[in-house]
Design a protein around this ligand. Structure first.
Ligand code: UDP
Length: 239
């Protein structure tokens, strides 16, 4: 893998860049320190975030693979770069919640921190111009965003990711409040887990104190942003 050639950039998102390689089946992702919130309205930098999110995502993908979840992870190349399987991202934000927070709390008037009787699953259409609107299953199928079979696979994948991650984070004294994942299609059509799993995309609360150890510290100007990312990473590595 070390002789894999990094070619042209094919995509730049808010937190990552994606590069083609000399292998058509593989991309290289590069994690940045750039942070945005509220659909890009708030911009900033979180020093060292790219390194932590790269390494943490890879550890989470490896853990999930061990539990039978197929992911795009192939090999970490450097502090900020990872080789991943080339997939076409399904343009959905797949959100699982165990505890009410954020937009869910606002939408339904439920206090943040309220435990939910069961995990919930919701989808948003990934479309910045439309502000990532909520979308339901029939809309997804009717618009051709994904097929019914793909949605079934995505749901199964998302709940499995929740089961594995919830248990893992509890073992390091962290409550997994909610998270967002993305799914990709392999050339065979198979759906696998893609994107990242990091404090940018999950809400993590300390199990004892409920201290926030995620991007909400940046979104809500709570201070201690870098320290929160470092703390989560330290706990993961203590396992
Ligand atoms: N999330 C994300 N990207 C987004 C929106 C949400 O990674 O564009 C994550 C967020 O970090 C949280 C979960 O998805 O862990 C649920 O977020 P919510 O819908 O509550 O939105 P927010 O309050 O962040 O706007």
């Amino acid at each position: 893998m070390s002789d894999l050639k990094k070619l042209n950039q094919i995509y730049e998102g808010k937190a990552k860049k994606v590069f083609a390689t000399d292998s058509p089946d593989l991309y290289i992702v590069e994690y940045k320190d750039d942070a945005t919130a509220f659909n890009g309205l708030k911009h900033g930098t979180i020093a060292g975030k790219g390194v932590i999110n790269n390494k943490m995502s890879n550890l989470m993908f490896a853990l999930l693979e061990k539990h039978g979840v197929k992911t795009h992870f192939v090999e970490q190349l450097s502090d900020r770069e990872t080789v991943v399987k080339a997939v076409k991202i399904v343009p959905l934000e797949i959100i699982i919640r165990n505890v009410a927070a954020g937009s869910f709390s606002k939408r339904y008037g439920v206090e943040e921190g309220t435990a939910l009787k069961c995990p919930t699953l919701e989808f948003s259409l990934k479309d910045d111009a439309l502000n990532d609107p909520l979308i339901n299953d029939s809309h997804i199928i009717a618009l051709g965003v994904a097929t019914e079979k793909e949605l079934d696979d995505i749901r199964t994948l998302a709940y499995k990711v929740n089961d594995v991650l919830k248990e893992f984070f509890l073992s390091i004294g962290v409550k997994l409040i909610d998270f967002k994942i993305e799914a990709g299609r392999l050339p065979s059509g198979e759906i696998i887990l893609a994107d990242e799993i990091s404090p940018d995309t999950c809400r993590f609360w300390d199990a004892k104190t409920n201290e926030k150890l995620d991007k909400d510290r940046f979104r809500r100007d709570l201070g201690g942003v870098e320290e929160a990312y470092q703390e989560i990473f330290k706990r993961i590595n203590s396992k």
